[in-house]
Design a binder for this molecule. Structure first.
Ligand code: NAD
Length: 505
């Protein structure tokens, strides 16, 4: 049971100067949910220690022709303060403008997306009705994977996206997951992956998870293939405590998890970097309900609660979280929530919440309220070295051939005959032709459907060791006769293949 002293708003600070936080209210419902959150912060005494400075980003900036979606001043403010609190922002569809949300995370090195999914009182879900509590974290890598957005149209019919995964990136996110689990007292971490198909990219992610787990003997670990993980999450979400995932899989699982606890309106999100961190709502701009006082501010508020904990305002954060739990428990909710009683608007919800500060939920255990806030914040320091840029001098890499991607409508045997003539008198021989990753030459099935883009692999004839120069000469010869769509030298690393085999090879 908490004492009265533990539930009155905090006045304790060990920082005399206020912490400055960059604030971007966002688009659509962004401004109204941001106002609601600031109202609660004000009432909880947050503004005694924090000042918010508004920055320009989102639709307005895109409309002014800046494809970054944020002004130079906004970038400067975020780099100076180290913290951004942001509402949702729209992504221009087509036209080259990239998602500002993704740009922000990548530009400022906010590599870890941490989301907490928990059953909330007063929010009915199939699991709350079945008496199955949901309470787990998702740690999603934020920078790598297909989110590089590196895409090309290779032929009139074919497109390609690059999926980049690095060992330092895998180490950074897996280490973050283990460290966060340790700090939060979580004793089990699950790695979700598709290493059975993407043996090199997801394979590395899984290998690094297993390797780093050795440093955390008190944490139980398991790994699950992503499709099975999705099914398990829907059947038995209470089996999970923390799940670490690559970027795209993490994105999908996060929204699935939001559905388990009542929808996107409840899911908070923190994007943590070594220097700069971003706290935001998980949902989008909800244009269908914008400006109508219907939006649920809970996701943004809970993201703010994580932000307060990030700067050491753990007491104030707990008081706000308990007030939220009490408010929902007492039946006050916005229209998106399946609960009892008439829904209220965004403003009324925030006012009810502010008036409930100091109260604790009764049907579930509230958060423990620390006796004081221990406020701290280290301002970003411009990095002088890139710590992710490691070199593996001890790994020997040897070029052993190349994959050349071609636009092609010839049948595989005809194509092979032409290419074999081309590589006569070179150090290379044609070893395989694949179409959409499936081998179609030297053997293949007539039932394999072909598109007009294929990969031809040339490998060194036995015993020849060369640098990458000869592969480029071969490329030039092939390019005289065919439309080349992509080119990748292939290498052995310490005697192990650094390239995948074709399906059926
Ligand atoms: P959305 O999340 O905006 O809306 C999906 C549905 O959920 C809508 O019916 C909406 O009314 C409802 N909803 C969302 N948030 C709500 C809230 N707080 N309270 C009540 N209902 C809520 O997704 P969308 O429609 O696919 O995307 C709209 C725009 O938002 C797009 O431009 C998209 O790119 C952008 N977006 C931004 C972010 C972000 O800023 N982090 C995240 C996702 C989507």
């Amino acid at each position: 049971m908490l004492t009265q002293d533990q539930v009155s708003p905090s006045k304790v600070s060990n920082m005399s100067k206020k912490i400055t936080i960059a604030l971007a209210p966002g688009d659509g419902i962004g401004p109204e949910i941001t106002r609601a959150c600031l109202h609660v912060f004000e009432a909880a005494g947050v503004m005694d220690h924090v000042e918010f400075t508004e920055v320009d980003m989102g639709n307005k900036v895109f409309a002014e022709g800046d494809t970054r979606g944020m002004t130079d001043e906004a970038i400067e403010t975020i780099e100076r303060t180290g913290i951004l609190y942001k509402g949702p922002m729209g992504t221009p569809i087509g036209g080259g403008g990239k998602s500002i949300n993704v740009t922000l995370r990548k530009t400022f090195g906010a590599f870890a997306n941490l989301r907490h999914f928990q059953s909330l009182p007063g929010v009915e879900t199939v699991f709350s009705q079945a008496g199955v509590p949901v309470d787990f974290y998702v740690v999603r890598e934020n920078v790598e994977d297909t989110y590089g957005g590196i895409e090309h149209r290779l032929t009139p019919d074919s497109y390609c996206a690059k999926r980049l995964i690095s060992t330092p990136g895998c180490d950074q996110i897996n280490r973050f997951a283990f460290e966060t689990a340790k700090a939060f007292g979580i004793d089990k971490v699950t790695c979700g992956h598709k290493a059975n198909i993407m043996k090199m990219t997801d394979g590395t992610f899984l290998d690094r998870f297993r390797f780093l787990s050795q440093d955390y003997p008190d944490i139980e670990t398991e790994d699950v293939i992503i499709d099975a993980l999705c099914m398990n999450l829907v059947l038995r979400p209470d089996k999970y405590k923390m799940i670490v995932l690559t970027n795209l899989q993490g994105d999908i699982v996060s929204d699935l998890a939001a559905g388990l606890v009542g929808g996107l309106g409840f899911a908070p999100s923190a994007n943590i970097g070594d220097q700069i961190s971003i706290f935001e709502a998980v949902h989008g701009t909800a244009p269908d309900i914008a400006g109508q006082d219907l939006a649920n501010p809970t996701s943004l508020l809970l993201s703010g609660v994580i932000m307060l904990r990030h700067i050491g305002m753990r007491r104030t954060a707990a008081i706000i979280e308990n007030a939220l739990l009490y408010t929902l428990e007492s039946g006050v909710h916005t229209g998106d929530v399946k609960g009892t009683g008439e829904p209220v608007g965004t403003k009324a919800f925030a006012e009810a919440l502010a008036s409930n500060l100091g109260k604790n939920p009764e049907t579930i255990e509230g958060c423990a309220v620390p006796a004081t806030d221990e406020i701290h914040h280290t301002l970003p320091e411009r990095p002088s070295v890139n710590k992710m840029m490691t070199t593996h001098e001890q790994v020997e890499s040897v070029v052993c051939g190349c994959d050349i991607f071609l636009e092609n409508t010839l049948i595989p045997t005809e194509l092979a005959a032409k290419l074999q003539r081309l590589c006569e008198n070179t150090p290379f021989e044609l070893t395989v032709i694949s179409n959409r990753g499936t081998q179609v030459w030297p053997t293949g099935s007539p039932y394999t459907e072909l598109v007009n883009e294929c990969c031809v692999r040339f490998e060194l004839r036995e015993g020849t060791v060369i640098g990458q120069g000869p592969t480029v000469h071969l490329l030039a010869k092939v390019a005289e006769k065919f439309t080349v769509t992509d080119f990748i030298p292939i290498r052995m690393y310490d005697g192990t293949r650094g390239f995948s085999l074709a399906q059926g090879q």
